[in-house]
Design a protein around this ligand. Sequence first.
Ligand code: ATP
Ligand code: MG
Length: 505
Amino acid sequence: MREGKTILEMKKITKSFPGVRALKEVDLALRAGEVHCLVGENGAGKSTLIKIMTGAHTMTSGEMLVNGTPQVLTSPLDGRELGIRAIYQELDLLPTLSVAENIFMEDVPKTKLGLVDWPKMNRKAAELLQMFHVEISPYSLIRDLTVAEQQIVAIVKALSQDSKVLIMDEPSAVLTGSELERLFGIIAELKKQGVAIVYITHRLIEVFEIGDIVTVLRDGENIVTKDIEDVTMEKMIQWMVGREIDEQFYKEKVAIGDVVLEAKNLSVEGMVKEASFELREGEILGLAGLVGAGRTELLKSIFGEYRLNSGTLTIFGEECRFNSPRDAIAKGLGFVPEDRKTEGAVLCRSIEENISLGVLAKKEFKFLVHFPTIFKKAVELANYVKIRCHSLRQEVVTLSGGNQQKTVLAKWLASESQILLLDEPTRGIDVGSKLEFYKFMAELVRNGKSIILVSSELPELMALSDRILVMSNSRIRKEFRAGEATQEQILEHAIPQELREAASS
Ligand SMILES: Nc1ncnc2c1ncn2[C@@H]1O[C@H](COP(=O)(O)OP(=O)(O)OP(=O)(O)O)[C@@H](O)[C@H]1O
Ligand SMILES: [Mg+2]
Protein backbone atom coordinates (compact mmCIF):
# COMPACT_ATOMS: atom_id res chain seq x y z
CA MET A 1 0.00 0.00 0.00
CA ARG A 2 2.59 2.52 1.13
CA GLU A 3 4.54 3.83 -1.80
CA GLY A 4 6.20 6.99 -0.57
CA LYS A 5 9.93 6.98 -0.37
CA THR A 6 11.40 7.00 3.14
CA ILE A 7 12.79 10.47 3.67
CA LEU A 8 13.77 10.44 7.30
CA GLU A 9 14.56 7.54 9.54
CA MET A 10 15.25 7.57 13.26
CA LYS A 11 16.86 4.52 14.80
CA LYS A 12 17.04 3.66 18.47
CA ILE A 13 16.88 7.27 19.60
CA THR A 14 17.56 7.78 23.29
CA LYS A 15 17.50 11.16 25.00
CA SER A 16 18.35 11.83 28.63
CA PHE A 17 17.84 15.08 30.51
CA PRO A 18 19.17 15.48 34.03
CA GLY A 19 16.98 13.23 36.16
CA VAL A 20 14.84 11.89 33.33
CA ARG A 21 15.15 9.67 30.29
CA ALA A 22 12.73 11.30 27.87
CA LEU A 23 13.20 8.81 25.03
CA LYS A 24 14.22 5.17 25.01
CA GLU A 25 15.40 3.58 21.77
CA VAL A 26 12.65 5.05 19.62
CA ASP A 27 12.40 4.03 15.96
CA LEU A 28 10.42 6.12 13.49
CA ALA A 29 10.32 6.38 9.69
CA LEU A 30 8.78 9.22 7.69
CA ARG A 31 7.72 8.76 4.09
CA ALA A 32 7.05 11.27 1.35
CA GLY A 33 3.40 12.28 0.99
CA GLU A 34 2.40 10.75 4.29
CA VAL A 35 0.92 12.33 7.43
CA HIS A 36 2.48 10.59 10.40
CA CYS A 37 0.57 11.33 13.60
CA LEU A 38 2.37 11.23 16.89
CA VAL A 39 0.28 10.81 20.02
CA GLY A 40 0.91 10.12 23.69
CA GLU A 41 0.25 11.46 27.16
CA ASN A 42 1.77 14.70 28.43
CA GLY A 43 5.45 14.10 28.95
CA ALA A 44 5.54 10.99 26.74
CA GLY A 45 8.39 12.44 24.69
CA LYS A 46 6.68 13.72 21.52
CA SER A 47 8.18 17.21 21.49
CA THR A 48 11.59 15.88 22.49
CA LEU A 49 11.56 13.48 19.55
CA ILE A 50 10.73 16.12 16.99
CA LYS A 51 13.28 18.52 18.44
CA ILE A 52 15.91 15.89 17.80
CA MET A 53 14.67 15.66 14.19
CA THR A 54 15.11 19.39 13.69
CA GLY A 55 18.43 19.66 15.49
CA ALA A 56 17.02 21.73 18.36
CA HIS A 57 18.05 18.95 20.77
CA THR A 58 20.93 16.54 20.35
CA MET A 59 20.29 12.86 20.95
CA THR A 60 22.08 10.98 23.70
CA SER A 61 22.40 7.93 21.46
CA GLY A 62 20.87 6.62 18.25
CA GLU A 63 21.06 7.42 14.57
CA MET A 64 19.18 9.61 12.13
CA LEU A 65 19.20 9.05 8.37
CA VAL A 66 17.98 11.57 5.82
CA ASN A 67 17.43 10.07 2.38
CA GLY A 68 19.46 7.10 3.51
CA THR A 69 22.48 9.10 4.63
CA PRO A 70 23.38 9.29 8.34
CA GLN A 71 23.26 12.88 9.58
CA VAL A 72 24.42 14.44 12.81
CA LEU A 73 22.53 17.65 13.53
CA THR A 74 24.05 20.07 16.00
CA SER A 75 21.63 22.98 15.61
CA PRO A 76 18.31 23.88 13.97
CA LEU A 77 20.34 25.42 11.15
CA ASP A 78 21.50 21.93 10.16
CA GLY A 79 17.92 20.71 10.16
CA ARG A 80 16.76 23.65 8.07
CA GLU A 81 19.50 23.00 5.52
CA LEU A 82 18.16 19.46 5.08
CA GLY A 83 14.62 20.80 4.57
CA ILE A 84 13.34 19.81 8.01
CA ARG A 85 11.10 22.49 9.47
CA ALA A 86 8.89 22.60 12.52
CA ILE A 87 6.09 24.57 14.07
CA TYR A 88 6.73 24.18 17.77
CA GLN A 89 4.25 23.91 20.58
CA GLU A 90 5.78 26.95 22.24
CA LEU A 91 5.69 29.33 19.29
CA ASP A 92 9.08 30.78 18.46
CA LEU A 93 7.90 34.18 17.28
CA LEU A 94 9.39 37.48 18.37
CA PRO A 95 6.63 39.52 20.01
CA THR A 96 8.00 42.98 19.26
CA LEU A 97 8.56 42.37 15.55
CA SER A 98 5.93 42.55 12.84
CA VAL A 99 4.12 39.60 11.31
CA ALA A 100 6.09 39.94 8.06
CA GLU A 101 9.41 40.24 9.87
CA ASN A 102 8.68 37.08 11.79
CA ILE A 103 7.65 35.14 8.71
CA PHE A 104 10.81 36.07 6.81
CA MET A 105 13.19 36.24 9.73
CA GLU A 106 15.41 33.52 8.37
CA ASP A 107 15.11 34.41 4.72
CA VAL A 108 14.77 38.16 4.31
CA PRO A 109 13.90 39.30 0.75
CA LYS A 110 16.63 41.63 -0.50
CA THR A 111 16.80 44.31 -3.19
CA LYS A 112 19.48 44.32 -5.86
CA LEU A 113 21.54 46.54 -3.62
CA GLY A 114 21.40 43.96 -0.85
CA LEU A 115 19.03 45.98 1.33
CA VAL A 116 15.89 44.57 2.91
CA ASP A 117 13.10 44.70 0.35
CA TRP A 118 10.31 45.80 2.68
CA PRO A 119 7.51 46.16 0.11
CA LYS A 120 8.24 42.70 -1.25
CA MET A 121 8.42 41.21 2.21
CA ASN A 122 5.07 42.67 3.26
CA ARG A 123 3.45 41.72 -0.03
CA LYS A 124 4.65 38.13 0.17
CA ALA A 125 3.55 37.90 3.79
CA ALA A 126 0.08 39.14 2.88
CA GLU A 127 -0.11 36.55 0.09
CA LEU A 128 0.84 33.73 2.41
CA LEU A 129 -1.65 34.86 5.05
CA GLN A 130 -4.33 34.78 2.37
CA MET A 131 -4.22 30.98 2.54
CA PHE A 132 -6.04 31.21 5.83
CA HIS A 133 -8.50 33.88 4.73
CA VAL A 134 -7.80 35.74 7.94
CA GLU A 135 -7.49 39.44 8.46
CA ILE A 136 -3.99 39.60 9.85
CA SER A 137 -1.96 42.57 8.70
CA PRO A 138 1.69 41.90 7.79
CA TYR A 139 2.51 45.09 9.69
CA SER A 140 0.92 44.08 13.01
CA LEU A 141 3.21 43.30 15.90
CA ILE A 142 3.06 39.71 17.08
CA ARG A 143 2.31 40.78 20.64
CA ASP A 144 -0.92 42.46 19.50
CA LEU A 145 -2.29 39.26 17.99
CA THR A 146 -4.43 36.63 19.67
CA VAL A 147 -2.91 33.23 20.34
CA ALA A 148 -4.79 31.73 17.40
CA GLU A 149 -3.50 34.42 15.07
CA GLN A 150 0.02 33.85 16.32
CA GLN A 151 -0.39 30.16 15.59
CA ILE A 152 -1.42 30.97 12.03
CA VAL A 153 1.63 33.21 11.60
CA ALA A 154 3.86 30.37 12.86
CA ILE A 155 2.30 27.99 10.33
CA VAL A 156 2.67 30.50 7.52
CA LYS A 157 6.29 31.05 8.53
CA ALA A 158 7.02 27.35 8.28
CA LEU A 159 5.30 27.21 4.89
CA SER A 160 7.19 30.22 3.52
CA GLN A 161 10.08 27.98 2.57
CA ASP A 162 10.13 24.65 0.84
CA SER A 163 10.45 21.77 3.16
CA LYS A 164 10.84 18.04 2.75
CA VAL A 165 9.76 17.27 6.27
CA LEU A 166 7.24 19.51 8.03
CA ILE A 167 6.59 18.93 11.69
CA MET A 168 3.59 20.39 13.51
CA ASP A 169 3.44 20.17 17.28
CA GLU A 170 -0.21 20.65 18.27
CA PRO A 171 -1.04 23.28 15.65
CA SER A 172 -4.74 22.68 16.16
CA ALA A 173 -4.70 23.40 19.90
CA VAL A 174 -5.75 27.00 19.37
CA LEU A 175 -7.51 26.85 16.01
CA THR A 176 -11.20 26.26 15.50
CA GLY A 177 -13.70 25.65 12.73
CA SER A 178 -12.76 27.26 9.47
CA GLU A 179 -9.09 27.84 10.30
CA LEU A 180 -8.67 24.21 11.14
CA GLU A 181 -10.32 23.20 7.88
CA ARG A 182 -7.90 25.44 6.01
CA LEU A 183 -4.97 23.91 7.83
CA PHE A 184 -6.18 20.46 6.82
CA GLY A 185 -6.56 21.70 3.24
CA ILE A 186 -2.98 22.95 3.28
CA ILE A 187 -1.77 19.65 4.70
CA ALA A 188 -3.56 17.78 1.90
CA GLU A 189 -1.82 20.03 -0.62
CA LEU A 190 1.61 19.44 0.93
CA LYS A 191 0.99 15.70 0.85
CA LYS A 192 0.43 15.89 -2.88
CA GLN A 193 3.73 17.72 -3.22
CA GLY A 194 5.44 14.79 -1.50
CA VAL A 195 6.24 16.46 1.81
CA ALA A 196 6.54 14.13 4.80
CA ILE A 197 4.43 15.50 7.63
CA VAL A 198 4.57 14.83 11.36
CA TYR A 199 1.42 15.87 13.17
CA ILE A 200 1.18 15.92 16.97
CA THR A 201 -2.22 16.36 18.58
CA HIS A 202 -4.26 15.73 21.70
CA ARG A 203 -7.48 16.07 19.72
CA LEU A 204 -7.42 12.42 18.87
CA ILE A 205 -10.28 12.61 16.39
CA GLU A 206 -7.92 14.50 14.05
CA VAL A 207 -5.71 11.44 13.75
CA PHE A 208 -8.53 9.76 11.86
CA GLU A 209 -9.30 12.86 9.81
CA ILE A 210 -5.85 13.50 8.38
CA GLY A 211 -3.46 10.76 9.45
CA ASP A 212 -2.08 7.98 7.26
CA ILE A 213 -0.08 6.36 9.98
CA VAL A 214 0.12 6.78 13.75
CA THR A 215 2.84 6.22 16.32
CA VAL A 216 1.97 6.06 20.01
CA LEU A 217 4.65 7.04 22.52
CA ARG A 218 4.36 6.10 26.16
CA ASP A 219 7.01 6.87 28.77
CA GLY A 220 9.49 7.68 26.03
CA GLU A 221 9.00 4.42 24.16
CA ASN A 222 7.42 3.65 20.81
CA ILE A 223 4.49 1.45 21.82
CA VAL A 224 3.13 0.95 18.32
CA THR A 225 3.28 2.28 14.77
CA LYS A 226 0.28 1.38 12.61
CA ASP A 227 -1.66 2.35 9.51
CA ILE A 228 -4.76 4.35 10.47
CA GLU A 229 -7.02 1.75 8.88
CA ASP A 230 -5.88 -0.72 11.50
CA VAL A 231 -6.51 1.54 14.50
CA THR A 232 -9.61 2.40 16.54
CA MET A 233 -10.05 5.29 18.96
CA GLU A 234 -10.41 2.92 21.91
CA LYS A 235 -7.25 1.05 20.99
CA MET A 236 -5.27 4.23 20.53
CA ILE A 237 -6.30 5.61 23.94
CA GLN A 238 -5.45 2.30 25.53
CA TRP A 239 -1.98 2.35 23.98
CA MET A 240 -1.49 5.91 25.18
CA VAL A 241 -2.50 5.48 28.80
CA GLY A 242 -1.72 1.80 29.22
CA ARG A 243 -5.22 0.97 30.45
CA GLU A 244 -8.81 1.24 29.30
CA ILE A 245 -10.72 4.48 29.78
CA ASP A 246 -14.46 4.03 29.55
CA GLU A 247 -15.78 7.56 30.06
CA GLN A 248 -14.78 10.73 28.29
CA PHE A 249 -16.53 13.38 30.39
CA TYR A 250 -17.56 13.74 33.99
CA LYS A 251 -20.36 15.85 35.39
CA GLU A 252 -22.24 15.75 38.68
CA LYS A 253 -25.63 17.16 39.45
CA VAL A 254 -25.00 20.01 41.88
CA ALA A 255 -27.50 22.30 43.64
CA ILE A 256 -27.37 25.71 42.00
CA GLY A 257 -27.48 28.59 44.53
CA ASP A 258 -27.78 32.36 44.47
CA VAL A 259 -26.37 34.74 41.90
CA VAL A 260 -22.69 35.38 42.65
CA LEU A 261 -21.82 37.48 39.63
CA GLU A 262 -24.00 39.68 37.53
CA ALA A 263 -22.88 41.51 34.42
CA LYS A 264 -25.09 44.23 32.98
CA ASN A 265 -24.32 45.74 29.60
CA LEU A 266 -20.58 45.36 29.98
CA SER A 267 -18.76 47.08 27.16
CA VAL A 268 -15.08 47.46 26.42
CA GLU A 269 -14.09 49.47 23.36
CA GLY A 270 -13.66 47.19 20.37
CA MET A 271 -13.71 44.01 22.45
CA VAL A 272 -16.94 43.41 24.32
CA LYS A 273 -20.36 44.79 23.46
CA GLU A 274 -23.15 45.03 26.02
CA ALA A 275 -22.66 41.69 27.69
CA SER A 276 -25.34 40.83 30.24
CA PHE A 277 -25.56 37.56 32.14
CA GLU A 278 -25.68 36.00 35.59
CA LEU A 279 -23.54 33.35 37.19
CA ARG A 280 -24.80 31.35 40.17
CA GLU A 281 -23.18 29.46 42.99
CA GLY A 282 -22.29 25.91 41.96
CA GLU A 283 -22.80 26.69 38.30
CA ILE A 284 -20.59 26.03 35.30
CA LEU A 285 -21.39 28.60 32.66
CA GLY A 286 -19.98 27.76 29.24
CA LEU A 287 -18.90 30.37 26.69
CA ALA A 288 -19.01 29.13 23.11
CA GLY A 289 -17.80 30.92 20.02
CA LEU A 290 -15.24 30.93 17.24
CA VAL A 291 -11.74 32.32 17.46
CA GLY A 292 -12.04 36.09 17.83
CA ALA A 293 -15.64 36.01 19.04
CA GLY A 294 -14.68 37.92 22.18
CA ARG A 295 -14.74 35.13 24.76
CA THR A 296 -11.26 35.77 26.15
CA GLU A 297 -11.91 39.50 26.07
CA LEU A 298 -15.08 39.04 28.10
CA LEU A 299 -13.20 37.03 30.72
CA LYS A 300 -10.43 39.60 30.86
CA SER A 301 -12.83 42.48 31.24
CA ILE A 302 -14.46 40.71 34.19
CA PHE A 303 -11.01 40.04 35.65
CA GLY A 304 -9.98 43.70 35.60
CA GLU A 305 -7.47 43.42 32.78
CA TYR A 306 -9.50 45.78 30.64
CA ARG A 307 -11.25 48.90 31.87
CA LEU A 308 -14.98 48.86 31.32
CA ASN A 309 -16.29 51.68 29.16
CA SER A 310 -19.78 51.15 30.44
CA GLY A 311 -21.97 48.66 32.25
CA THR A 312 -21.89 47.28 35.74
CA LEU A 313 -20.38 44.22 37.34
CA THR A 314 -21.87 43.03 40.61
CA ILE A 315 -20.03 40.35 42.56
CA PHE A 316 -21.49 38.85 45.73
CA GLY A 317 -24.04 41.64 45.76
CA GLU A 318 -21.52 44.43 45.58
CA GLU A 319 -20.92 46.61 42.55
CA CYS A 320 -17.26 46.37 41.54
CA ARG A 321 -14.96 48.55 39.51
CA PHE A 322 -11.68 46.75 39.08
CA ASN A 323 -8.61 48.74 38.17
CA SER A 324 -6.44 45.68 37.81
CA PRO A 325 -6.52 41.89 38.19
CA ARG A 326 -5.22 42.42 41.72
CA ASP A 327 -8.57 43.95 42.70
CA ALA A 328 -10.40 41.05 41.06
CA ILE A 329 -8.30 38.47 42.91
CA ALA A 330 -9.02 40.21 46.21
CA LYS A 331 -12.72 39.90 45.43
CA GLY A 332 -12.39 36.12 45.00
CA LEU A 333 -11.85 35.81 41.26
CA GLY A 334 -9.30 33.53 39.61
CA PHE A 335 -8.31 33.38 35.95
CA VAL A 336 -6.57 30.58 34.06
CA PRO A 337 -5.40 32.29 30.85
CA GLU A 338 -5.24 30.59 27.47
CA ASP A 339 -1.67 31.61 26.80
CA ARG A 340 0.22 29.77 29.50
CA LYS A 341 3.60 30.84 28.21
CA THR A 342 3.32 34.59 28.53
CA GLU A 343 0.53 34.98 31.06
CA GLY A 344 0.31 31.88 33.14
CA ALA A 345 3.54 30.56 34.53
CA VAL A 346 6.90 31.93 35.55
CA LEU A 347 8.88 29.55 33.41
CA CYS A 348 12.26 30.03 35.06
CA ARG A 349 10.94 29.15 38.51
CA SER A 350 10.08 25.77 39.99
CA ILE A 351 6.69 24.07 39.89
CA GLU A 352 6.49 24.46 43.66
CA GLU A 353 7.11 28.20 43.50
CA ASN A 354 4.61 28.70 40.70
CA ILE A 355 1.80 26.93 42.49
CA SER A 356 2.65 28.74 45.72
CA LEU A 357 2.17 32.05 43.94
CA GLY A 358 -1.47 31.11 43.68
CA VAL A 359 -1.72 30.56 47.42
CA LEU A 360 0.09 33.81 48.07
CA ALA A 361 -2.20 35.75 45.77
CA LYS A 362 -5.08 35.56 48.21
CA LYS A 363 -3.04 36.36 51.33
CA GLU A 364 -3.62 39.83 52.61
CA PHE A 365 -0.81 39.76 55.12
CA LYS A 366 2.17 38.56 53.20
CA PHE A 367 4.40 38.61 56.28
CA LEU A 368 2.25 35.97 57.96
CA VAL A 369 2.98 33.44 55.26
CA HIS A 370 3.89 30.00 56.53
CA PHE A 371 5.93 28.46 53.75
CA PRO A 372 5.88 24.78 54.80
CA THR A 373 2.06 24.86 54.69
CA ILE A 374 2.06 26.49 51.31
CA PHE A 375 4.52 24.02 49.85
CA LYS A 376 2.50 21.12 51.26
CA LYS A 377 -0.55 22.51 49.49
CA ALA A 378 1.49 22.83 46.29
CA VAL A 379 2.47 19.16 46.49
CA GLU A 380 -1.18 18.13 46.96
CA LEU A 381 -2.34 20.12 43.97
CA ALA A 382 0.51 18.99 41.76
CA ASN A 383 -0.46 15.42 42.51
CA TYR A 384 -4.08 16.20 41.92
CA VAL A 385 -3.64 17.49 38.40
CA LYS A 386 -0.95 14.85 37.83
CA ILE A 387 1.96 17.06 36.89
CA ARG A 388 4.52 14.69 35.55
CA CYS A 389 7.95 15.67 36.85
CA HIS A 390 10.85 14.17 38.69
CA SER A 391 10.73 16.83 41.40
CA LEU A 392 8.58 19.81 42.27
CA ARG A 393 11.80 21.80 42.37
CA GLN A 394 12.07 21.31 38.62
CA GLU A 395 11.88 24.51 36.57
CA VAL A 396 8.62 24.85 34.69
CA VAL A 397 10.49 25.48 31.44
CA THR A 398 11.76 21.89 31.53
CA LEU A 399 8.25 20.44 31.69
CA SER A 400 6.37 19.16 28.67
CA GLY A 401 3.79 21.56 27.22
CA GLY A 402 0.82 19.85 28.79
CA ASN A 403 2.49 19.72 32.17
CA GLN A 404 3.19 23.47 32.03
CA GLN A 405 -0.52 23.96 31.46
CA LYS A 406 -1.30 21.78 34.47
CA THR A 407 1.03 23.91 36.60
CA VAL A 408 -0.91 27.04 35.69
CA LEU A 409 -4.14 25.28 36.54
CA ALA A 410 -2.83 24.11 39.91
CA LYS A 411 -1.63 27.63 40.68
CA TRP A 412 -5.09 29.08 40.29
CA LEU A 413 -6.78 26.22 42.02
CA ALA A 414 -4.43 26.88 44.94
CA SER A 415 -5.70 30.42 45.20
CA GLU A 416 -9.07 29.08 46.36
CA SER A 417 -10.93 31.66 44.32
CA GLN A 418 -14.70 31.51 44.62
CA ILE A 419 -15.27 32.33 40.99
CA LEU A 420 -12.96 30.78 38.42
CA LEU A 421 -12.61 32.02 34.88
CA LEU A 422 -11.10 29.24 32.81
CA ASP A 423 -9.92 30.01 29.28
CA GLU A 424 -9.41 26.78 27.33
CA PRO A 425 -8.17 24.96 30.44
CA THR A 426 -7.84 21.54 28.84
CA ARG A 427 -5.92 22.69 25.79
CA GLY A 428 -2.90 20.48 25.22
CA ILE A 429 -3.82 18.16 28.07
CA ASP A 430 -3.99 14.44 27.36
CA VAL A 431 -7.16 12.34 27.57
CA GLY A 432 -6.52 10.75 30.95
CA SER A 433 -5.64 14.05 32.62
CA LYS A 434 -8.67 15.74 31.08
CA LEU A 435 -10.95 13.32 32.84
CA GLU A 436 -9.17 13.98 36.14
CA PHE A 437 -9.64 17.68 35.55
CA TYR A 438 -13.37 17.31 34.88
CA LYS A 439 -13.67 15.47 38.19
CA PHE A 440 -11.83 18.28 39.88
CA MET A 441 -14.20 20.85 38.36
CA ALA A 442 -17.11 18.81 39.69
CA GLU A 443 -15.55 18.90 43.15
CA LEU A 444 -15.11 22.68 42.95
CA VAL A 445 -18.73 23.37 42.11
CA ARG A 446 -19.90 20.80 44.64
CA ASN A 447 -18.08 22.95 47.19
CA GLY A 448 -20.03 26.00 46.13
CA LYS A 449 -17.60 27.59 43.68
CA SER A 450 -18.68 28.91 40.31
CA ILE A 451 -16.95 28.58 36.97
CA ILE A 452 -17.06 30.38 33.67
CA LEU A 453 -15.60 28.03 31.10
CA VAL A 454 -14.34 28.97 27.65
CA SER A 455 -13.71 25.97 25.45
CA SER A 456 -13.52 25.49 21.72
CA GLU A 457 -14.20 21.80 22.16
CA LEU A 458 -17.96 21.83 21.80
CA PRO A 459 -18.54 18.28 23.06
CA GLU A 460 -16.59 19.21 26.19
CA LEU A 461 -18.45 22.47 26.67
CA MET A 462 -21.80 20.78 26.17
CA ALA A 463 -21.02 17.96 28.59
CA LEU A 464 -19.77 20.18 31.41
CA SER A 465 -21.86 23.37 31.30
CA ASP A 466 -25.16 24.01 33.05
CA ARG A 467 -25.84 26.84 30.64
CA ILE A 468 -24.06 27.94 27.48
CA LEU A 469 -23.74 31.49 26.18
CA VAL A 470 -22.84 31.73 22.52
CA MET A 471 -20.76 34.72 21.40
CA SER A 472 -19.93 36.16 18.02
CA ASN A 473 -18.52 39.53 17.03
CA SER A 474 -17.98 40.59 20.65
CA ARG A 475 -21.63 40.04 21.60
CA ILE A 476 -23.54 37.37 23.47
CA ARG A 477 -26.05 36.11 20.88
CA LYS A 478 -27.85 33.28 22.55
CA GLU A 479 -28.29 31.31 25.74
CA PHE A 480 -28.91 27.57 25.96
CA ARG A 481 -29.65 25.40 28.98
CA ALA A 482 -27.74 22.17 29.49
CA GLY A 483 -28.89 19.49 27.10
CA GLU A 484 -31.05 21.95 25.19
CA ALA A 485 -28.81 22.61 22.23
CA THR A 486 -27.13 20.52 19.59
CA GLN A 487 -23.68 21.27 18.26
CA GLU A 488 -25.24 22.56 15.03
CA GLN A 489 -27.50 24.99 16.87
CA ILE A 490 -24.61 26.40 18.86
CA LEU A 491 -22.52 26.82 15.72
CA GLU A 492 -25.37 28.54 13.98
CA HIS A 493 -25.25 31.31 16.58
CA ALA A 494 -21.47 31.30 16.76
CA ILE A 495 -21.08 32.22 13.10
CA PRO A 496 -21.41 35.99 12.68
CA GLN A 497 -24.56 37.26 10.97
CA GLU A 498 -22.62 38.79 8.06
CA LEU A 499 -21.01 35.47 7.22
CA ARG A 500 -24.33 33.67 7.31
CA GLU A 501 -25.89 36.28 5.04
CA ALA A 502 -22.96 36.03 2.67
CA ALA A 503 -23.25 32.24 2.62
CA SER A 504 -26.98 32.25 1.91
CA SER A 505 -26.95 34.91 -0.80
N1 ATP B 1 14.87 20.94 28.67
C1 ATP B 1 14.48 19.92 29.45
N2 ATP B 1 15.11 19.65 30.61
C2 ATP B 1 14.71 18.62 31.39
N3 ATP B 1 13.69 17.80 31.11
C3 ATP B 1 13.03 18.00 29.96
C4 ATP B 1 13.37 19.09 29.07
N4 ATP B 1 12.53 19.05 28.02
C5 ATP B 1 11.69 18.02 28.24
N5 ATP B 1 11.99 17.38 29.40
C6 ATP B 1 11.31 16.19 29.95
O1 ATP B 1 11.23 15.19 28.96
C7 ATP B 1 10.01 14.47 29.06
C8 ATP B 1 9.29 14.48 27.73
O2 ATP B 1 8.83 15.79 27.45
P1 ATP B 1 8.16 16.21 26.07
O3 ATP B 1 8.11 17.70 26.06
O4 ATP B 1 8.86 15.54 24.95
O5 ATP B 1 6.68 15.61 26.23
P2 ATP B 1 5.44 15.68 25.20
O6 ATP B 1 5.14 14.28 24.80
O7 ATP B 1 5.71 16.65 24.14
O8 ATP B 1 4.26 16.16 26.17
P3 ATP B 1 3.06 17.25 25.93
O9 ATP B 1 1.92 16.49 25.36
O10 ATP B 1 2.74 17.68 27.34
O11 ATP B 1 3.57 18.34 25.10
C9 ATP B 1 9.23 15.13 30.20
O12 ATP B 1 9.43 14.35 31.35
C10 ATP B 1 9.88 16.49 30.34
O13 ATP B 1 9.78 16.99 31.65
MG1 MG C 1 4.96 18.53 23.70
